[in-house]
Design a protein around this ligand. Structure first.
Ligand code: ZN
Length: 253
């Protein structure tokens, strides 16, 4: 029974935190050196316990601390990266425990608190679902699914370790005050999702995986996944670029 509960808990955790489907192919990771040249890595930096057969052609990013850092299926965080300024976000969550998922990097947490307060004033009640996730935790979750369904299948619904935005401490999944539709497609039609799509940029957040941009982001539409990029970049992406990928390409972040 205990084992069963653990599995269910793990499954739920990943289900609400998987955030996206994958269009993967398999190539070794590369790393950008300081002078901008790419270097091949001998093996994926994501996890030694996972097979390398399906590793994307990814580069390890050189600016993980930047709030506009691009992390996606082709751009992964350094293996040893851990954000240095994580704090517990002072907003209500769908759970009560004081655990890792409540954390964000400080500027993102402060901006989220302001966003939640202002939303509430307009009758929009929000709850946090899942914020920061450590690299170790992502590896653990991915390994669980890879073991159960095979790595290729796992990649269709779970981010490969090192490529999840949740590892940056700048991303959070949110839902409405009822707790319904947490990280589910039905969230798209709620007043909370509409409010976020119109207003989140004013607080420095973007809807990271917008509708119709699947080919650019590599993820299906996720109206619940907010990414902090700072107010200036968020306004620019909201008004002009639509995705962080396009913005990063133009701005060379
Ligand atoms: Zn997410």
């Amino acid at each position: 029974m205990k084992y069963f509960l653990f599995i269910c808990s793990l499954a739920f955790t990943l289900m609400i935190a998987g955030c996206g489907t994958s269009n993967s192919s398999s190539k070794p990771a590369r790393e950008f050196t300081k002078n901008g040249q790419a270097q091949k890595l001998e093996s994926s930096s994501a996890s030694s316990s996972l097979t390398k057969s399906n590793v994307d052609e990814t580069v390890v990013i050189a600016n993980p601390e930047s709030v506009t850092a691009l992390v996606n299926k082709k751009h992964q965080l350094p293996e040893s990266y851990q954000p240095s300024d994580l704090v517990y976000a002072d907003v209500p969550f769908i759970f009560n425990e004081k655990i890792e998922k409540r954390m964000l990097r400080k500027p993102a947490a402060q901006a989220l608190e302001e966003l939640f307060r202002d939303a509430e004033k307009e009758g929009i009640s929000l709850l946090g679902v899942s914020g920061y996730r450590s690299h170790e935790r992502q590896k653990e979750l991915f390994a669980f699914y890879a073991k159960r369904d095979g790595e290729e299948q796992a990649r269709t619904y779970s981010a490969y370790p090192g490529t999840s935005e949740h590892e940056t401490g700048l991303a959070i999944d949110v839902t409405g005050g009822s707790g319904m539709c947490a990280a589910a497609d039905c969230f798209a039609d709620t007043p909370e999702a509409h409010w976020l799509s119109k207003n989140a940029y004013q607080y420095g957040f973007i809807i990271r995986y917008p509708e119709g941009e699947e080919q650019v982001t590599g993820y299906k539409y996720e109206p619940w996944h907010l990414r902090y990029v700072g107010k200036k970049a968020a306004a620019s992406i909201f008004n002009q670029y639509a995705t962080l990928e396009t913005y990063a390409n133009k701005k060379k972040v």
